[in-house]
Design a protein around this ligand. Structure first.
Ligand SMILES: C[S@@+](CC[C@H](N)C(=O)[O-])C[C@H]1O[C@@H](n2cnc3c(N)ncnc32)[C@H](O)[C@@H]1O
Length: 326
């Protein structure tokens, strides 16, 4: 079986710079998908002018953002600075959303540092036009800190709205079978049990998600080289509930292109941006690879496999630094 992994690109500046020559977008460029008119922009999500140029008169039904925190850009900065910056792209989202629309934000909470930037962020949101709707917790299967603390396995997803948007929860079930019996209710004079009353043998999705596998190298959707991929199933769940076919979905932090590929699968249009040309390229290639091979990612391979095979400099580098043989 072939095995062509790629190390984390964000941790290796040299690898990043070598791969740049294989990226079709430079800063400020926008790729337009001929088939379904998705767009990928190599833009800064805090730059409203560039975003407006990309969007034209089009406005979105759903924004789904996963900003970086505790990564290169914010390694040394305080929560306040992160939140000041967040306020800008939140306001930019509002400019590009319809009057009835939804906004979801993945947000970490650093348990070793007063759970920042969670509190600062939700207070900042109070000063915007968005209404708070739900605080979803997604459970990871693997965590850290099992010996001296509660294992940290949660991921936080905040749900806000503008106006009165779509919310199609009726069709969205988890994979968890209904097992709790004895919850009776009288319907038209007849005492009915929980399971008889339901259309589905599975439970509906609430705001605690325990049925989603976090991404790891053995999954088909894994994108080697990326480090912050969200599970496709989580993104699909949000898109399913908070938009309809044909609607525009936006994501200001594309990275591995999860929102783009989920939008393609669920027949939505997606406009997404990333400040880094490498992640723009990976997002576009993920979509192309899905269309060509029906694959959700690159298990046992990576988005730049073909180039690496014919690039001696890159091969030597990967061999010397990581003992990777191509
Ligand atoms: C946490 S990752 C997003 C992961 C994504 N949800 C996925 O499933 O792959 C954050 C991404 O934001 C990008 N980014 C950082 N600052 C940005 C900015 N100012 N504008 C646009 N993208 C930015 C980073 O390059 C990184 O790829």
């Amino acid at each position: 079986m072939k095995n062509y992994p790629l190390p984390r690109i964000d941790k290796d500046k040299k690898l990043h710079d070598i791969l740049l020559k294989y990226c079709r977008l430079g800063k400020g460029d926008i790729w337009i998908d001929k088939k379904n008119k998705h767009k990928v922009g190599c833009l800064d999500s805090s730059d409203l002018k560039d975003l407006k140029d990309m969007f034209g008169r089009k406005r979105a039904t759903l924004a789904l953002h996963d900003p970086p925190y505790n990564m290169v850009a914010f390694q040394e900065t305080e929560a306040d600075e992160f939140v000041e910056w967040s306020k800008i792209w939140i306001e930019n989202s509002k400019e590009l959303l319809k009057k009835d629309s939804s906004l979801y934000i993945w947000l970490g909470a650093d348990q070793k540092n007063h759970f920042q930037p969670f509190a600062e962020f939700i207070l900042m949101m109070k000063g915007t036009d968005f209404n708070s709707r739900s605080f979803i917790t997604m459970r990871n299967q693997r965590g850290y800190g099992t010996q001296k603390n509660w294992m940290s396995i949660r991921q936080e997803l905040l749900y806000y709205t503008l106006g009165n948007p779509e919310f199609n929860i009726k069709s969205v079930y988890t994979d968890i079978p209904k097992v709790v019996k004895g919850y009776f209710k009288e319907i038209a004079g007849v005492k009915t049990e929980n399971i008889e009353r339901s259309k589905s043998e599975y439970i509906r999705s609430g705001n605690v998600w325990i049925d989603i596998q976090q991404v790891f190298y053995l999954l088909d959707e894994n994108v080697n080289g990326c480090f912050a991929q969200k599970p496709l199933k989580a993104i699909e769940r949000v898109i399913d509930v908070s938009s309809r076919k044909g609607d525009l979905v936006i994501d200001f932090f594309s990275h591995s292109g999860t929102t783009l590929i989920a939008s393609e699968i669920l027949e939505r249009q997606c406009y997404t941006v990333d400040i880094d040309p490498i992640y723009c390229e990976i997002s576009i290639r993920r979509l192309e690879n899905y269309r060509k091979n029906g694959k959700l990612g690159w298990q046992n391979s990576n988005p730049f496999e073909e180039e690496i095979k014919s690039d001696k400099e890159l091969q030597n580098y990967l061999k010397e630094k990581y003992s990777l043989e191509y």
